[in-house]
Design a protein around this ligand. Structure first.
Ligand code: CTP
Ligand code: CA
Length: 220
């Protein structure tokens, strides 16, 4: 009952959430990825759904069940995520990019399994597309919210990302704070905009999801 008792303050809004890691193939058996579990993104998608939004969740490989009543688009690579997101962008009101998108992918994907040799090896990498920066460059009516995980200079680096990607808000995480970061059920976040810096106390990712959407609604 508590679930259906949510105020429907996002009714009529189309919300696009990205979540999880991406996987960048090296060969048919190996890939490059990161530690994202998708918890924060799934919590935001669920909170938005409960508040009446029309939710699309573009998700990299995650072990969790996606929330009910969301349109789920599973993707693997940064390029897949780019395509899925750009397809939805025009009809979206709020974009929340929690995904930990790989910044680089192997320049060549071997069609056969790479066999080991006696020597060391290195893999040439090439940049992936910056999805948020692309969205920011063609923004019309959308509210764009990014995420930023840092181990140093969190505020300064996050503000640089707001400017570079033309964001309306960024949610910053300091990986070095206890209770924040990958895989935990809690988070310590700071909501940053050009004219705002709101540091929130340690809270569950579900609560954090609610605070993030409250602040976005206030600022739209
Ligand atoms: N992002 C994206 N496309 C990429 C890389 C990142 O859309 N190819 C998004 C992330 O989903 C996140 C935001 O950009 O919402 C910031 O990601 P982050 O990794 O913190 O910043 P980068 O710009 O990639 O810079 P760096 O990793 O060097 O800190
Ligand atoms: Ca990055």
């Amino acid at each position: 009952l508590r679930v259906i008792a949510f105020e429907k303050d996002l009714a009529g809004k189309k919300v696009l959430v990205t979540a999880g890691p991406t996987q960048e193939a090296i060969d048919p058996v190996r890939y490059i990825t990161n530690h994202s579990t998708g918890k924060m993104g799934y919590a935001i998608a669920e909170n938005a759904m409960l508040r009446g939004a029309d939710v699309t969740l573009v998700t990299g490989p995650c072990a969790m069940e996606p929330p009910m009543f969301a349109k789920v688009k599973p993707v693997i690579s940064a390029q897949d995520m780019y395509e899925a997101v750009t397809e939805e962008y025009e009809q979206t009101d709020i974009v929340i990019m929690t995904a930990a998108v790989a910044d680089y992918r192997p320049a060549q994907v071997s069609t056969e399994k790479v066999k080991k040799k006696e020597d060391d090896m290195s893999i040439p990498l090439t940049r992936t597309k910056d999805i948020l920066a692309t969205l920011g460059a063609s923004k019309t009516h959308q509210f764009l919210c990014g995420f930023s995980m840092e181990t140093q200079n969190m505020l300064e680096n996050s503000r640089t990302k707001i400017a570079k990607k033309n964001l309306d808000m960024i949610v910053a995480n300091n990986l070095k704070v206890a209770g924040a970061g990958f895989g935990t059920d809690t988070n310590v976040i700071t909501l940053i905009a050009n004219d705002m810096e709101k540091e929130l106390p340690l809270m569950s990712k579900k609560e954090a999801a609610g605070c993030i959407l409250d602040t976005i609604l206030e600022r739209m």
